[in-house]
Design a protein around this ligand. Structure first.
Ligand SMILES: N[C@@H](CCC(=O)N[C@@H](CS)C(=O)NCC(=O)O)C(=O)O
Length: 219
């Protein structure tokens, strides 16, 4: 069995879970619930497999530890012989670019949330910059919808879905759908896909903690 350090709250783990479903490899992975967060001391069990202490981290049957989500997803795609990372150069670059945009947006959302929980208050100059970048990233995604719609399902779609899922999870009232209607329609189609539907974000800890971020992100 492969082993996956995972959490049902993590957008980057969610990429791997969707890819496991798409590749038919889900049954070959033992999931280990691993709690990590930037303000917490590094998780020793994760550190034993990944010196960066981040999830997802996957260990193969041969004991090789793979990270990060991009590497794990490509490994699973290669192993299964699927084409979530297409080999045709133009389609491949499209998907890698969408993945970079989706992952980059997710990175900002995770950092922002961490900054908002800082006891001494958040660094307004930094969060102000993130606000501008999140708006710009969402506008770019709205413009990418025709391309996303025309392309075969792949890693780019997975990364963008997980970024939007993180936005909904931590900023449920930000109202992005009203500002980016094409993206909202596209996302509604994507969440009906069985691999995505089977892997929603689940908050298994921290009831009520969303209140921390309400009102800080707007479009
Ligand atoms: N680039 C990484 C990012 C992974 C990441 O940031 N994971 C978060 C959880 S969603 C994490 O492990 N945070 C704890 C930390 O950064 O110490 C990937 O694609 O897997």
């Amino acid at each position: 069995m492969m082993k996956l350090h995972w959490s049902p709250r993590s957008p980057f783990v969610r990429k791997v879970l969707i890819v496991l479903e798409e590749t038919g490899l889900a049954e070959q992975v033992e999931r280990v619930r691993s709690v990590v967060a930037m303000p917490l001391p590094p998780n020793e069990a994760v550190m034993a497999d990944n010196p960066l202490g981040k999830i997802p981290t996957l260990t193969t049957e041969e004991g090789k530890a793979l990270f990060d989500s991009r590497v794990i997803c490509e490994y699973l795609d290669l192993r299964a012989g699927t084409a979530l990372f297409p080999s045709e150069p133009s389609a491949r670059m499209d998907h890698l670019a969408w993945q970079a945009l989706g992952d980059g947006l997710t990175d900002i959302l995770l950092l922002w949330r961490t900054e908002l929980t800082r006891e001494t208050g958040s660094w307004e100059a930094v969060t102000g910059g993130w606000q501008v970048k999140v708006r710009a990233a969402m506008a770019r995604l709205e413009a990418e919808v025709p391309g996303l719609t025309a392309a075969d399902f792949g890693i780019g779609h997975v990364a963008v879905i997980c970024a939007l899922g993180q936005l909904d999870f931590r900023w449920p009232d930000c109202g992005w759908r009203g500002h980016f209607p094409a993206l909202a329609n596209w996302e509604a189609e994507m969440v009906a896909r069985p691999s995505v539907d089977a892997n929603p974000v689940v908050n298994d800890q921290g009831e009520g903690e969303n209140e921390i971020t309400l009102g800080h992100l707007s479009f």
